[in-house]
Design a protein around this ligand. Structure first.
Ligand SMILES: *Cc1c(COP(=O)(O)O)cnc(C)c1O
Length: 223
């Protein structure tokens, strides 16, 4: 099992490098965020030894219990899932980047906590590109206003935009969404993007992704 993680990481890193090169980008620009939901700390350590520098957790409780145990070695961890305001206190200052800011209300809560701790919390704004009712994310129409508002909050550092596109039959199906996030970003002066998962991270890199969030291609299928 552990050997498989090392091999998977090597394969994913190779694909990242190739996708970067064929799109005229430097592989070093791209950050592999290994989505580690449902994965134990032993596999996390193996992934880290194999070259994963950043992990991504989408549930507060699981992420905190796995990564922020006293006496345990520290990893860089991003918060990539939906964030409820009542969980903000547990996330700010621990997770190096929050990918899922999608309202002024949530941004203000994160800001408040960051201010209390006298830190600046790096964040991304999540965009609901296809207007899916079931999905998190700010609407395309409301994006530029939220970008401006988050920019006013001194204890937040807005680093980019994030998207989870609708499920598509293949990786190429996701390309228009990635391209569209990039165009939107250009309109609001943002040039870094968290996009692409196991099924489509190479396409996301071709369309300008900085962070790719990859779970299954590293750790195998989840139960
Ligand atoms: C689980 C997860 C991923 C990774 O998905 P895979 O299909 O396993 O690569 C990416 N982003 C978020 C927000 C996730 O929860």
């Amino acid at each position: 099992m552990i050997e498989r993680v090392a091999q998977s990481v090597a394969r994913v890193l190779k694909k990242i490098e190739q996708a970067a090169i064929r799109s005229g980008r430097s592989p070093e620009e791209i950050v592999l965020v290994a989505a580690s939901k449902g994965v134990g700390i032993a596999q996390v350590r193996e992934a880290a030894r194999s070259g994963v520098a950043v992990f991504g957790e989408n549930r507060v409780r699981e992420g905190v219990q796995k990564f922020f145990v006293e006496g345990q070695e520290r990893f860089s961890v991003h918060f990539i899932g939906p964030l409820q305001t009542n969980k903000v206190r547990q996330v700010v200052g621990l997770f190096d980047l929050i990918h899922s800011i999608d309202s002024l209300h949530l941004a203000e809560k994160v800001h408040q906590e960051a201010e209390k701790r006298a830190i600046v919390q790096p964040v991304l704004i999540e965009v609901n590109l296809a207007g899916e009712i079931s999905k998190q994310g700010v609407s395309v129409e409301a994006l530029s206003r939220l970008v401006w508002e988050v920019g006013q909050l001194r204890h937040l550092s807005l680093q980019g935009l994030m998207v989870i596109p609708p499920v598509t039959p293949n990786a190429e199906g996701a390309r228009p969404y990635f391209a569209s996030l990039r165009r939107l970003g250009t309109q609001v002066g943002i040039h870094q993007f968290s996009m692409g998962m196991s099924s489509d991270f190479e396409v996301a890199i071709e369309e300008g992704a900085k962070w790719v969030r990859v779970g299954r291609a590293i750790f195998g299928e989840r139960n």
